[in-house]
Ligand binder design. Sequence first.
Ligand SMILES: Cc1ncc(COP(=O)(O)O)c(C=O)c1O
Length: 432
Amino acid sequence: MNNAELNELKKRYVAAGAATSATQFAERAENAEVWDADGNRFIDFAGGIGVLNLGHRHPKVVAAIREQLDKVMHTCATVMPYAPYVQLCKRLCEVTPIRGDAKAMLVNSGAEALENAVKVARAATGRSGVICFDGGFHGRTMLTLAMTGKVLPYKNDFGPMPGDVFRAPFPNPYYGISDEDALHGLMKVFKTDIAPHRVAAIVVEPVQGEGGFYAASKEYLEALRALCDEHGILLIADEVQSGFARTGKLFAIEHSGVQPDIVTMAKSLADGMPLSAVVGRAEVMDASGGNSLGGTYTGNPVSCAAALAVLDAIEEENILDKSKAVGEAVFARFGEWERQFECVTHARHLGAMAAFDLVTDRASNTPDPELTQALCAKARENGLILLSCGFYGNAIRILVPVTVEESVLKEGLDIIETSLAGLVESRAYATG
Ligand SMILES: Cc1ncc(COP(=O)(O)O)c(C=O)c1O
């Protein structure tokens, strides 16, 4: 079937809320390239929204999946466990920067990891409160929607939200929120919303994903750690988007040296297979009763086999160094655009987690979400899958596989440049 025929099916049978405006249907993919149902080629700077740090169909992952398919595909881990589940938990406990001995549990999606991290934190502390951050994104289940700090498009139609979830400002010096302002805002939450002794966990993305690729500073994360220790609050690092080599380290929090009590991870953990994990201090993870965590599909053996291959490939192929190199190449190009275009600003990166903002002009620093949307659309027309993000919807984020070939990376960056130059020249986006 071609794109037009598939679009007809989508229009007729897929719920509006689950169908985006994208009209090309992926038919096959390899590393950082995708071909659609009409045979058009795209360079993939979205990586399935941060899932493909190792690229589409990494050969080692595909081989591990094939091998596991010939053994067992499902038993339900609680009915009859299997080797890849426990082997993966061991590997994750060894590599996650948790204080002291760690234990792990596996689920299916990022949101499920966050749900379970909060459940575990509540069981371990006997408290119910959760504090998250403005602009943070933690998923689309009801609790994680409550934790998510952005109304549109996620929360608008679905209230009321579960209670005992509060939000503090996230430090973002580009838009006037210093570390000090952010800490002051958190203190205000303790005064106006919930006393610290009722808070089970503070949940922070070390680098906000959907929120705009803004990294919390080492000092801010250290201050959060100290506050949590002072009040017996568990610190949860949500590494769903920033984990698995995106930032040049396995986890972004490692750049700060801060050790959280719990880390949530998903996305690039299994290179496209659905899998997520909660890894935390052993005594915290053991706090809830027998069979209180899990689910029918959690920690599927094929997904676990894929994740074990991901961890091997990260070690064997110097993926952390590649992530740094890709980040530097992309950031250098951003610098050229900052000189070339008045609307490009705040270029930033931690490893290959790189973004820049689009503003109407540097003097006013006014976010320009229309131009941002127009750039993503124009890039798609020109053969590049590109994503925006951001509290103000004006950040262009790069989530290209870190295994991308140099020539393909350059080609993708060239498409951004020519697309942006065309838009700025015509200003067509301003009039729609
Ligand atoms: C930081 C973060 N947490 C949680 C999630 C939710 O993950 P999922 O969409 O797999 O439920 C996301 C997804 O983008 C994310 O970026």
